[in-house]
Every structure is written in structure tokens, then in C-alpha cells.
Ligand binder design. Structure first.
Ligand SMILES: [Zn+2]
Length: 120
């Protein structure tokens, strides 16, 4: 059996089998990861129709996934994905982010809420 989370008192996700093994990383790894990681909170907004520099009175509203009804999540995720990968006005956000990283660390992990959402 393998697992990816421990849900302690959760009746929904708890597997009623005692934990016999806990795989931990080399203690130096979490420290190295924390030292080399950068966390930011940024909004994703859909591009406006301005041909070069934006002259809109107010920027478009940020896309939001939290609280979106389940039947609309795929649409929002696709729109976010499109904006993150948009390269029609120069280097897109994901590409720019990749190029900021040293060659061996050029990986981006996008986290979503489920396997279904990952497949979209
Ligand atoms: Zn604009």
C-alpha cells in the first residue's frame, strides 16, 4: 500500500491501517529545497485587446478557481493555462519562469485539485 497524505481524523480519506513505515527524505534535502525555492502569489488575468502596451482604464479581473462550481472548473483552468503559456506578446510567464532557473532545475509543477483536473 502506498499513500500520499495522512488525514488523521478524516473519515473520508483515512485508511484504517496502522502506519508501519514512513519514508523521509535526507534531512539535508528539505533545507536545500527551502533555500533554493521561491514562493510568490500572483494573479492570472486574461489578456485584453490592446495591441501593444495596455491602455485599459482598469485591468481585467483575475481568474479565480476557488469556489467555482465543478462544471465550470475545466473552463477556468483552461483559461488560466492559456494565459500562463501565452507567448504572443513576448515570452510568456511559464517560459520566462523556466529561463530564470538554472538548467538542471528547469521544471515547473502546476498544482490542481484532482487527477481529472490534471488531465484537462
Ligand atoms: Zn488593455
Amino acid at each position: 500500500m502506498s499513500g500520499s497524505s495522512w488525514a488523521d481524523k478524516s473519515s473520508r480519506y483515512h485508511v484504517p491501517v496502522p502506519i508501519g513505515t514512513l519514508i523521509e527524505p535526507d534531512p539535508a534535502e528539505p533545507e536545500r529545497i527551502a533555500d533554493q525555492s521561491e514562493f510568490r502569489f500572483e494573479f492570472v488575468r486574461e489578456a485584453c485587446a490592446c495591441p501593444t502596451r495596455c491602455t485599459c482604464d482598469s485591468p481585467s479581473e483575475a481568474l479565480r478557481l476557488s469556489g467555482v462550481p465543478i462544471d465550470r472548473r475545466e473552463d477556468v483552468l483552461r483559461r488560466m493555462d492559456t494565459e500562463l503559456g501565452r507567448n504572443d506578446r513576448g515570452q510568456g510567464r511559464l517560459l520566462r519562469e523556466l529561463h530564470r532557473l538554472p538548467e538542471p532545475r528547469r521544471h515547473i509543477l502546476l498544482l490542481v485539485g484532482s487527477y481529472d483536473e490534471a488531465a484537462w
